[in-house]
Design a protein around this ligand. Structure first.
Ligand code: SAM
Length: 215
C-alpha cells in the first residue's frame, strides 16, 4: 500500500513513522509512505500557501495553486484515492479502515491547516472527505497518521506474529461492538489476580470464558 501525504509540516511525521510496527512495515516494503511539502510547490515568492477568505471571516484559507500543483506532481507516481482530512467529512471507523485496505492500493492524504483549503480543491481533486472525530484539530497531520496506522495494520503480514489481522480481536469487537478483557504478566499484581482460567492453558475453557465476558 502506498500513501502520499500532502502537508506544510512534513517534519511532524518523522518520529511516528520511525517506530514500531509502521517502521517494520516500511522496512519490509509492505507499505510505502511519501511526504510532500506543499510549500515547496508554491509559486509565491515567499512560498506563501494561505490567504484571507473572500467575503471576509476569521482566519486564513489554504490557496488552490500549491495544492493543485502538489497533487499533479504526486499523481505521476500515485494514481490512487484522494482523501481530504476535514472535520466535515464522514467519520473514520474500523469498518472504513477495512474498506480502504481492501479497495485501494494507493492513497493520497491532504492535510489542511488554518481554516482549511480552498473549496475548488475539494470539488476538483478530492474523492473522499474523512473526519477522525467530532472535534476540531489544528491540522490534518494527526488524522493522516491515524488513518495510515489503522489501515496499515490490516495489511497482511504487517502485524506479523504478534497478531494476524484476521484474528484481530479489536477489529471483530468493532463489528460485534464487544471485546473481552485482556491480561498479561504478572498473574498477580498489587494483590489483583488474573482470572485463573486464563492461566490454565485450557483453550476451550478460555474461549468460553472470553465469550461469557464480552463487553
Ligand atoms: N474551519 C474548518 C472547519 O470548521 O471545518 C476547520 C479547519 S481545522 C482548524 C484545520 C485542518 O485540520 C482542517 O483543514 C483539517 O485538515 C484538519 N482537521 C481538523 N479537525 C479534523 C478532524 N476532526 N478530522 C480530520 N481532519 C481534521
Amino acid at each position: 500500500m502506498r500513501f502520499d501525504i500532502l502537508t506544510i509540516f512534513p517534519e511532524i511525521f518523522s518520529s511516528y513513522l520511525k517506530e514500531s510496527i509502521i517502521k517494520r512495515a516500511l522496512k519490509k516494503g509492505l507499505i510505502d509512505i511519501h511526504i510532500h511539502d506543499i510549500r515547496k510547490f508554491s509559486k509565491d515568492k515567499h512560498r506563501k500557501v494561505d490567504d484571507i477568505p473572500f467575503g471576509g471571516g476569521a482566519g486564513m484559507v489554504m490557496t488552490p495553486q500549491p495544492l493543485f500543483d502538489t497533487i499533479k506532481h504526486v499523481k505521476k507516481a500515485n494514481k490512487g484515492h484522494v482523501i481530504y482530512l476535514t472535520p466535515q467529512g464522514k467519520t473514520f471507523t474500523q469498518i472504513k479502515a477495512e474498506n480502504i485496505s481492501k479497495k485501494h492500493k494507493e492513497i493520497i492524504l491532504i492535510c489542511g491547516r488554518y481554516e482549511g483549503i480552498d473549496y475548488r480543491v475539494r470539488e476538483a481533486l478530492v474523492d473522499e472527505e474523512i473526519s477522525i472525530g467530532k472535534f476540531v484539530l489544528t491540522g490534518g497531520e494527526l488524522p493522516a497518521m491515524i488513518i495510515i496506522d489503522a489501515v496499515s495494520r490490516l495489511i497482511p503480514n504487517v502485524l506479523g506474529k504478534e497478531k494476524s489481522h484476521l484474528e484481530d480481536s479489536f477489529s471483530k469487537a468493532f463489528k460485534r461492538k464487544k471485546e473481552y478483557p485482556s491480561y498479561t504478566r504478572p498473574a498477580i499484581f498489587k494483590n489483583m489476580k488474573v482470572p485463573e482460567i486464563l492461566t490454565s492453558g485450557n483453550h476451550k475453557k478460555i474461549e468460553e470464558w472470553r465469550k461469557k465476558h464480552l463487553k
